[in-house]
Design a protein around this ligand. Sequence first.
Ligand code: THU
Length: 142
Amino acid sequence: MTEYAQLLAEAMRARENSYCPYSGFAVGAAILMKDGAVYRGCNVENASYGATNCAERTALFTAVADGRRRGEFAAIAVAGGPKDGELRACPPCGICRQVLSEFADPEELFVLWATGEPDGESGEVPCEVHTLAELLPGGFAL
Ligand code: THU
């Protein structure tokens, strides 16, 4: 399994813990650090909908809470789709793109997301891969 395939598998595992009683849309994310460590996260919803945290930010904040900082992040994988349903493309939302840019050089960070279910024979998960710079042109920085 390639590093990215493993990271997508971690994102799928993280998705199993999604707390999404309001949208019914379950998302998991996994962040690969340059030293090989992986941090996982899922979306955590709230009755006050705006208080919801996306899977990407849950994973990122977990890494930051563990002391990780800018320059240490290599890639983030996302797996999302209806709860108990099939995976479908789940590119990170605009807020998550901006928050990622706080902790990674956008030219350096690779962002991938599953675009469907694993292939029945090879087990390979179809995905799209972009740099954060491609996904967030003109991001805000102080
Ligand atoms: N969501 C994520 O966790 N990541 C994304 O990239 C897009 C959306 C979550 C937020 C909410 O819990 C649900 O998916 C539906 O918007």
